[in-house]
Structure formats: C-alpha cells, structure tokens
Design a protein around this ligand. Structure first.
Ligand code: AMP
Length: 283
C-alpha cells in the first residue's frame, strides 16, 4: 500500500492504473477509521481492481464553532488498518495542498441540502460537494463508496453525480453498529461513559419507529411524536431534528409510503450524533 500526500503523486499513480485499464474504487473519509469506514474499503476491495482511500478533514464542511480543531486524527493507525484490509493507495493531503489554488469555486446541490443536516449546518453540504468533486476529478474512480450512515450525503452526492455527469457510480452501504445499536462514528470518541450510554437513545428511537410501522402505523406525525417523547426522557439528549421523509427526494411524507428515511440528529452533551433508518412502507 502506498501513501501519498500531494496531488501530483496521486495523479501519477492514477495514470498508471488507468493505463492498465483497471477499475478504480474510491472511499473518501475524514480518517480516524472504524469498522464502518472499513466496510466500505472491503466492499471496494471485493468489487474493484484498485482501491483508493482519501483521508482529509475538510475545513470547508465545518461551520463556525463546530469541531474542526478537535476532530480526531491518527494517520499511523489509519494506515495500518487500511493496509490490513488491502487498500492500494491512501491520499492524505494537507489543507494547503488540497486548496493550493485558493477556494473561490464551490459546488452546490440546491434543494436537497435545505433540510435535515443542511438546515442545521448551513454550508456543510457545499463543503462536502466541493471537496468530493475535487477528489473525484483527482482519483477518477469508476465506483465511489459511501455509508448510509450519512443518508442525506448519499442523496446529495447521487444528485451531484447525475447533474454534473461525473462518469462514476455511487455505491451506498449499510450502517455498521456497535452490538448495543450505537452507529459507529469517529465522533463517538468524544462521549464520556454516561454520554455513551445516553447515546443509545438514537438507535432506540429508530427501533421504536420501526416497531410502530410494522404494527401498521403510517402517520409520520404520530411516529415522530413517540420518538421525540422517548428521546426527551433521556436527560443528556437534546434533539436537533427527528423527521420522516422520502428516501430519494427527501420530501416530507405526512403519510408513509415507499422508501422512507427516518432520520435524526441529537446532541448528547456537546456531541452532535446522527443516525437513520431506511425502510420500505407498502401501501
Ligand atoms: P467520515 O469519515 O465521517 O467522513 O465518513 C466517511 C465515510 O464512512 C462516509 O461515507 C460515511 O457515511 C461512512 N461511515 C461513517 N460511519 C459509518 C458507519 N457506522 N457505517 C457505515 N458507514 C459509515
């Protein structure tokens, strides 16, 4: 496995892979890797010829007062994990390298980014789509792998790929969880033991919604209210949003039908966590 930090080295490596007509699988990350990230790399390894992983904590997608400075970083540990699962190339640029030419061009997907995390974190998705566009141009992947953990990100990036004709396919993979249900996240590192326990309320609320839906409940408002009640019983939890929307268009669904996304963002102490569940509701 090779680790490169400059665009020039990355481009040179990619040129060789393209010349050999190998398919490229790409996994963009912010590092501090866990089994969720590694599930994407393993899928890329199993389905493409050459696996590129980027590790870059992108300042553009963090708002003022968010955790850009504290975000956990450990390139040595990440590199050994990636070598174990068979990545071929790691691209770990500095901020100066990534935005060497300044930053006056941005990519923005309209509409889908106004709701959910887009509403709570203004500018976040513009930062994501800008950096992912740059990475797609550099890596030229055939397939790019993303986690359903960031369901809105998947919807936004699929739209960007369609709208801007990026010649690649986005592959979305299931959320990897701890045994007790907590979705893996680099930000779980911020949680103290009491917060770690409280954080279970996110997956518990999703399980409650699933149970209500399988019992025949289709009224989004009613399901949402019950989820909110459950979360509000947890003293360390402060709700950012709890919403039931169409999985593709992200439109609100008063009456559940088709592919439904149940998404929530909850602050546990100072740590903002997200989780979601996607399921099919038959009419
Ligand atoms: P991040 O490093 O947080 O930017 O995440 C990089 C990629 O890993 C994104 O596509 C995330 O959706 C994905 N990811 C993060 N957590 C999980 C998880 N628990 N299960 C599956 N994928 C995940």
């Amino acid at each position: 496995m090779k680790i490169v930090t400059t665009k020039q080295e990355l481009r040179a490596a990619i040129r060789g892979v393209k010349r050999a007509e190998k398919t490229i699988g790409f996994v963009p990350t912010m590092g501090f890797l866990h089994q969720g990230h590694l599930s994407l790399v393993k899928k890329a390894r199993a389905t493409t010829d050459f696996v590129v992983v980027s590790i870059f904590v992108n300042p553009l997608q963090f708002g003022v007062g968010e955790d850009y400075d504290e975000y956990p970083r450990d390139l040595n540990r990440d590199s050994s994990l990636l070598a174990e699962v068979g990545a071929d190339l790691v691209f770990a640029p500095s901020v100066e390298e990534m935005y060497a030419s300044g930053n006056s061009t941005q990519v923005e997907v309209l509409g889908l980014t106004d709701v959910l995390c887009g509403a709570s974190r203004p500018g976040h998705f513009k930062g994501v789509t800008t950096v992912v566009s740059k990475l797609f141009n550099l890596v030229q992947p055939d397939f790019a792998f993303f986690g359903q953990k960031d369901a809105q990100q998947v919807a936004v990036l699929k739209k960007m790929v369609r709208d801007l004709d990026f010649p690649l396919e986005i592959v979305a993979l299931p959320i990897v969880r701890e045994e007790d249900g907590l979705a893996l996240s680099s930000r779980n590192k911020y949680l103290n033991p009491a917060e770690r326990q409280s954080a279970l309320v996110l997956s518990q609320a999703l399980k409650l919604a699933e149970k209500l839906i399988s019992a025949g409940e289709k009224n989004a408002e009613k399901i949402c209210q019950k989820m909110v009640q459950l979360i509000e019983n947890q003293p360390l939890a402060v709700i950012d949003y709890v919403e039931l929307r169409s999985a593709d268009s992200l439109e609100l669904l008063p009456e559940l039908q088709g592919q439904v996304l149940i998404a929530l963002a909850v602050k546990i102490g100072k740590t903002r966590l997200i989780d979601n569940l996607q399921l099919e509701v038959k009419s």
